[in-house]
Design a protein around this ligand. Structure first.
Ligand code: UD1
Length: 426
């Protein structure tokens, strides 16, 4: 592992958790909301903005287009009065695939966009064909040149009926953002129903858009001529909340999560109760504790309201200490089991067969040097570390910083022994 001189995350397992964790604003709501600022010249105000590497990357992208921002605590203002540029560079897109979210709004505002084509990534091929087909249906012309997508719509986009082969989250968001300023009506069929998509739609409606059917598989958009900037609060991060809900299952003890929307977590809560965690809801709070041993189960990831693929790695860590054999089926991404190899290094008994993981629960996990391979995989290693004997060393923690705000601080406050220090394993 070439980790010398870089920072690792160390976790001494076996310390029971106790206390409150405040859940941050959702990364996957913040990113499209920031991209949506392109649609209306002027100053936007965001509250509950999480300070994450991905948010900084999106702000850097907006600044390169010509925007300005200012921040104080979790409040952020973004001014998009003047946008001279229309390009998202390869360097930015490789840092964050969600940069693709500027494609639709740039096209709607500037009539053109140039965005580097994202390559495959650690969790699968992740093509952008739905985004491009959708924009083409709205009248845009695109070409792929030297690794860049060039899209043009010299005249105003026009509404169309677009039916996705799969309810892609960012493709639904991109098309929504392009269609709000198009001429006429757009229907998006087989649209994503994730709470973050609904949040974006509600933000666009607040800006003056006419979108109906949010949260259903048919989104209908009546194009309008112009939109105005708004002030909005980012919804709570259901994936961060789901991750911390599982923590007492591995470390023992009890956690209270505050600033949560439990409705967004219904499927996750039901699954965790089935496994044996006691979860109580009280307004925007959730209490999670482990009273008995964990039971094995079957998990099948699916688009919302199914079990989120973004919590698959974490539940694999949890089930690796259940008393029996669990089966996890990943249906959203074709290559999202890299964490299994790292969890095995910690003593987990996991067999992979294509999109299926068979997890035989073990009595103990053992600390080991492990490597974070992607954002959610990193979170599963943190959970495993909390429940392992000894000190786990996690390398490549930049992935974690992309999506978990102040994770070390939040877990330290509730009794975990977790710290960052120069990597030691070679
Ligand atoms: C979003 C989330 C990510 C989450 C994922 C699935 C953001 C910023 N990211 O990613 O955290 O894991 O949803 O819930 O919100 N696909 C195609 N062609 C396309 C687009 C997608 O084939 O043009 C496929 C993908 O390869 C994947 C599936 O559709 O197999 C779903 O992916 P999608 O919903 O698009 O994920 P993202 O929007 O990239």
């Amino acid at each position: 592992m070439s980790t010398q001189n870089s920072t690792c995350l160390f976790i001494e397992g076996g310390h029971k958790l106790s206390g409150e964790i405040k859940i941050s604003g959702a990364k996957n709501a913040a990113l499209p909301a920031l991209a949506a600022t392109i649609l209306a010249p002027g100053e936007f105000l965001f509250k509950n903005m999480p300070w994450l590497l991905d948010v900084s990357t999106m702000l850097e992208l907006l600044c390169r287009l010509g925007a300005h921002y200012d921040s104080l605590d979790d409040t952020l203002s973004v001014d998009t009065s003047v946008l001279e540029h229309y390009e998202a560079s390869y360097e930015l897109v490789t840092r964050m695939r969600a940069s693709i979210l500027v494609l639709g709004p740039l096209l709607a505002r500037k009539g053109k966009a140039r965005v580097a084509l994202p390559g495959g990534c650690d969790i699968g091929k992740r093509p952008v064909n739905f985004h491009l087909k959708g924009l083409a249906a709205l009248g845009a012309k695109y070409s792929l040149e030297k690794g860049y997508i060039n899209v043009k719509a010299p005249r105003r986009l026009r509404g169309a009926e677009i039916i996705f082969d799969f309810p892609s989250v960012t493709a639904t968001e991109n098309i929504m953002m392009a269609a709000v300023l198009a001429r006429g009506k757009t229907i998006i069929g087989n649209a994503a129903r994730e709470p973050e998509v609904v949040f974006l739609g509600e933000m666009l409606n607040l800006m003056g858009a006419k979108i109906k059917g949010l949260g259903t598989e048919n989104i209908v958009i009546e194009g309008v001529k112009e939109l105005s900037p708004v002030e909005i609060t980012i919804i709570p991060d259901r994936i961060e909340a789901g991750t911390y809900l599982m923590a007492p299952g591995l470390a023992g003890g009890e956690l209270i999560l505050t600033h949560v929307n439990p409705h967004h977590l219904s499927t996750v809560i039901a699954k965790l109760r089935e496994i044996g965690l006691e979860i109580e809801e009280d307004g925007d709070k959730l209490r999670s504790r482990r009273k008995r041993s964990l039971k094995p189960t079957t998990v099948r990831t699916a688009p919302y309201p199914g079990f989120p693929t973004d919590l698959q790695a974490q539940i694999m860590a949890l089930l690796s200490k259940a008393s029996g054999t669990s089966v996890i089926v990943e249906t959203v991404f074709e290559n999202r089991f890299k964490h299994a190899e790292e969890l095995r290094r910690m003593g987990a008994d996991i067999v992979l067969e294509g999109q299926v993981a068979v997890v035989r629960g073990v009595k103990k996990l053992q600390a080991a040097p492990v490597k974070a391979t992607d954002l959610r995989a990193s979170a599963s290693l943190v959970l495993a570390g909390l429940g392992a004997d000894g000190v786990t060393e996690i390398a490549q923690i930049n992935h974690l910083k992309r999506g978990y705000e102040a994770l070390t601080e939040k877990l330290s406050k509730v009794g975990a022994k977790i710290w960052e220090a120069p990597c030691q394993a070679t």
